[in-house]
Ligand binder design. Structure first.
Ligand code: HEM
Length: 415
């Protein structure tokens, strides 16, 4: 009996050690990779009793989850009502229409209409423009001798690009950015925060009203941009409804801003921690695209996502019951030594770098070409125009968004 109790408590201790709730600890948040390594090595398909979800950390298993499990995971308004959370209904109403939370065939329909609207030529057309925006942002700060990478570059660049991509006025950028940050807080965290519910509801209400008005304006006076393309794209007589346009414009806006901001912030920090990589980029600027891929692998801006088991199944020797929640930790898969030799080494010349930072399969990031382009232009221009970039002393504070990994502030000097 004593033996059984001891065993149980050891297991409880082990479970507590491995729980992803430790990401709420600022030290673990600053460097979650040892926790991910412990999970991968000791229990790669782990039942997290605290989150009530399976946590999957090996590359091959994450691939399997993203390929075959259900993305239809956001609660419907009716489900929320049964949970006594009917006041959150308007948020659910919006999210169930977003492609991120759908399976085929509903997802295939939405995604193909959206892809028709977001043609590769639209990204290419933005190239010169992104360069201009980066140059203008740097023109403002270079004479001052120092800058905050986050507030001076990483936040405004994707915010301006996203507004231009959607085709909404640039004067609305601060408002769109604030809504986007609120929505990302909800998307990236496991915990439901009742104190923030009122604000989330207000954000969803205001964003929806804003885009409904933009749709009406676009009908009266079409304005070049994704919003107009979403409205006018048609396939075999099928079109997106206004509600679908609003929901998917919002997910594109949020997806386009918060993650790209973190690619730039996490990337600059990683470069500053690896001066040899900066030297290599000075010597060979052509390495920039492979460097951006390595930044995405090494400090993935989107660390994990969730799915539901489509039926009773086995993964990594564990039996997962139908509709149980599974957290696929891309940031752990991206450091799996079975897939990436010396995974903890930052190597901007890494070959065969098929990381999962943009996800995989049907939900593979819709905006990956744009994110890559923004990252490449931002890093290339920063290193060229501020070749002696240095980290200024001071604590690095990571945002408490557990899924979308990024810094609050990153102060650097040009000396
Ligand atoms: C470095 C920047 C970015 C990262 C790391 C990133 C990451 C991701 C990931 C991991 C997914 C898949 C999530 C899942 O399977 O559950 C995803 C999907 C998505 N991303 Fe991105 N993203 C980035 C930039 C962008 C940009 C610039 C846009 C829009 C212009 C965008 C729009 C979307 C959309 C709409 C989806 C949903 C696709 C679907 O469900 O079919 N993302 N992104």
């Amino acid at each position: 009996m004593v033996h059984a109790t001891e065993t149980l408590s050891r297991r409880d201790r082990n479970d507590a050690n491995l729980s992803l709730y430790h990401l709420l600890d600022p030290d673990i948040l600053a460097n979650p990779y040892p926790l991910f390594q412990r999970l991968r090595e000791t229990d790669p398909v782990h039942w997290d009793v605290f989150l009530h979800a399976w946590v999957v950390t090996r590359y091959a298993d994450v691939l399997e989850v993203l390929h075959t499990f259900s993305a239809d995971r956001t609660p419907t308004p009716t489900q929320l009502q049964h949970l006594g959370l009917s006041h959150l209904g308007p948020i659910a109403q919006l999210m169930v229409r977003q492609m991120l939370f759908m399976d085929a065939p509903a997802h295939t329909r939405l995604r193909s209409l959206a892809c028709k609207a977001f043609a590769p030529s639209r990204v290419e057309a933005l190239r010169r423009h992104i360069q201009d925006i980066v140059d203008r942002l740097l023109d403002k700060v270079l004479p001052t001798g120092s800058m905050d990478i986050m507030s001076d570059l990483a936040e405004p660049l994707p915010a301006i690009v996203t507004a231009e991509l959607l085709g909404v006025p640039l004067s609305d950028v601060p408002q769109l950015k604030a809504w986007s940050a609120d929505f990302a807080e909800m998307l990236g965290n496991f915990q439901h925060n009742p104190d923030r519910a009122g604000r989330m509801l207000q954000t969803v209400h205001q964003m929806s009203a804003y885009f409904q008005k933009a749709i009406e304006q676009s009908r009266e006076e079409p304005r070049e941009g994704l919003l107009h393309s979403f409205l006018s794209t048609e396939a075999s007589g099928d079109r997106l409804s206004d509600e679908e346009v609003i929901a998917n414009t919002i997910i594109t806006m949020v997806g386009g801003q918060e993650t790209t901001t973190n690619l730039i912030g996490n990337g600059v920090l990683t470069l500053l921690r690896h001066p040899h990589a900066i030297e290599a980029l000075h010597d060979e600027p052509g390495l920039i695209s492979s460097a951006v891929e390595e930044m995405l692998r090494y400090e993935s801006p989107s660390q994990h996502t969730a799915r539901l088991a489509p039926g009773d199944c086995t993964l990594g020797g564990k039996t997962i019951a139908k509709r149980q929640a599974v957290i696929a930790v891309m940031a752990a898969a991206n450091r799996d030594p079975e897939r990436f030799p010396e995974p903890d080494r930052f190597d901007i010349t890494r070959k065969d770098n098929r990381h999962l930072a943009f996800g995989y399969a049907a939900h593979f990031c819709f905006g990956a070409p744009l994110a890559r382009l923004e990252g490449q232009i931002a890093f290339e221009t920063l290193l060229r125009r501020a070749p002696k970039l240095q980290l200024l002393p001071g604590p690095l504070v990571w945002r408490t968004n557990l899924g979308l990994r990024g810094l609050n502030s990153l102060r650097v000097s040009f000396a």
